[in-house]
Design a protein around this ligand. Structure first.
Ligand SMILES: *[C@@H]1O[C@H](CO)[C@@H](O)[C@H](O)[C@H]1NC(C)=O
Ligand SMILES: *[C@@H]1O[C@H](CO)[C@@H](O)[C@H](O)[C@H]1NC(C)=O
Ligand SMILES: *[C@@H]1O[C@H](CO)[C@@H](O)[C@H](O)[C@H]1NC(C)=O
Length: 431
């Protein structure tokens, strides 16, 4: 009986999304890859249990904490091992794409990470990785990189385990042991020869995404740096909305079919934190009111790593304390009288609606006005609404970093134009 009920339910769920939904088997085409939410019905990594709205918000906040620790380690240029918390938090990736590796191609779904350079692929026999791994023995084009190869000097702590190049590094609270290797990869229908990536042999801790990751950061080993002839350091992505995990967004590689009419802001170069996409945030407007935030809150400092980055692996935007407080106070002022409640790290929640129609991030040369769906998170029943941002933890090395995160980016196309060193934002209904 239970089994019958279950299959009826499954049938119902499968039919629900109908024509507009993502079809899981759909092929990526040209230089465009589907970007799936990790909880999408097409994702093998979706949680097996379903959470209540409040629990899933708390879980995303907890993952953001781990993510911020990871970004901070990039900013600080050293690894930060978090103080053990009561419960280990897995840093699940939020978005995944398909990647084909080797000859004949082996298919993997990997996490997309715009703040990381390297591709880390779990290899067969890996201790602590997920069950879906890449098997080098089954690829005729696979080759480990020799010690002393130029690439070997680019990885953090690269060195010689045996005769081939290997490295030990950290990702959030995980430690990773990998060999530096090369193989051909295929992205949608584009072939990339001799792509250099880390073949992960061992991982401990819970931060490393089990499925591995594709780094779209700015540094020398990132996908963009390895494919400059093919993609000219240009890509864009559109992240599907959180309310519709059934839908897919897209990752478009290369200068072709990129939006022509798009607002842009210069990317700032930080040689010491080469993977991150720093921009110059100048001010924030709530409705039409420009908030009184000291410029120091946004100041870019290549030495300390302070400033503002775009990151797709953090869910909720993090602002340094004075900036967050100004935003929060303005939202509360407009809700005058209404009882404010909190939900985990969100301290500005209301039952019912929040009467703030728009919020504008003012970057140099570009104002991005977000509709409410990009800064207010609402329970599915509609009874609770929270300002979906958080203050950076104080005192920590990360207290000076503002992170424009994926909730704020959803249903926008984010263009990275490395050639012209600029970042563009345009509204797009990508789900
Ligand atoms: C990485 O760590 C492992 C175990 O601690 C060690 O055997 C290996 O030689 C290290 N590799 C490199 C490249 O340092
Ligand atoms: C893979 O790379 C080798 C050389 O590295 C090349 O000869 C071969 O054609 C490539 N295969 C594909 C499918 O691109
Ligand atoms: C952004 O908006 C402000 C008004 O709030 C305006 O003064 C400024 O020129 C705008 N910037 C751009 C690049 O449009």
């Amino acid at each position: 009986m239970a089994a019958l009920l279950f299959s009826l339910l499954a049938l119902f769920l499968c039919h629900q999304p109908s024509a507009t939904a993502t079809s899981c088997g759909v092929a990526d085409h040209g230089s465009t890859l589907q970007v799936l939410h990790v909880n999408s019905p097409c994702s093998p990594f979706r949680p097996k249990t379903s959470f209540s709205w409040a629990d899933s918000v708390l879980q995303m906040q907890a993952q953001d904490k781990t993510r911020l620790q990871y970004l901070s380690s990039l900013v600080a240029g050293r690894s930060i091992v978090p103080v053990a918390s009561g419960r280990a938090v897995t840093q699940n990736p939020t978005y995944i794409v398909r990647l084909n590796i080797g000859t004949p191609p082996q298919h993997l779904l990997v996490a997309l990470d715009t703040s990381n350079d390297a591709a880390w692929i779990p290899c067969a026999g890996c201790i602590g990785c997920s069950s879906s791994t890449f098997d080098p023995a089954k690829s005729s084009t696979f080759k480990p990189l020799r010690c002393g190869s130029p690439q070997c000097s680019l990885v953090p702590n690269g060195g010689c385990g045996s005769a081939s190049c290997g490295f030990n590094t950290t990702y959030g609270s995980s430690s990773i042991s990998a060999g530096l290797v090369q193989d051909n990869i295929t992205l949608a229908t584009d072939s990339v020869r001799g792509y250099t990536f880390g073949c992960v042999q061992k991982t401990t801790g819970s931060s490393f995404p089990a499925q591995g990751l594709l780094g779209l950061g700015r540094g020398p080993l990132s996908l963009m740096s390895q494919t400059t002839n093919l993609y000219q350091s240009t890509f864009s992505y559109c992240l599907p909305g959180y309310k519709s995990v059934n839908f897919a967004g897209s990752l478009r590689l290369g200068p072709h079919s990129q939006p022509i009419r798009i607002k842009t802001t210069p990317l700032l170069r930080n040689p010491r934190r080469s993977s991150l996409y720093y921009v110059n945030l100048l001010a924030i407007r709530v409705g039409r009111k420009v908030l009184d935030i000291p410029p120091s809150a946004f100041a870019f400092d290549p030495n300390t790593g302070a400033g503002t980055v775009f990151d797709s692996g953090t869910v909720f935007t993090i602002l340094v304390k004075p900036a967050y407080v100004a935003v929060r106070d303005e939202v509360r002022r407009r809700m005058r009288g209404a009882t404010v409640t909190s939900l985990g790290g969100f301290d500005t929640c209301y039952s019912g609606a929040i009467s703030v129609p728009t919020m504008t991030f003012m970057f140099s040369g570009m104002n991005v006005t977000l509709p409410q769906e990009n800064f207010v998170i609402r329970s599915s029943a509609g009874s609770t609404a929270c300002l979906a941002m958080a203050a950076a933890p104080e005192g920590a090395v990360n207290s000076a970093l503002n992170v424009i995160a994926s909730f704020q980016q959803q249903n926008h196309r984010i263009l990275i134009d490395g050639g012209k060193s600029r970042l563009g934002v345009a509204r797009e209904a990508c789900s």
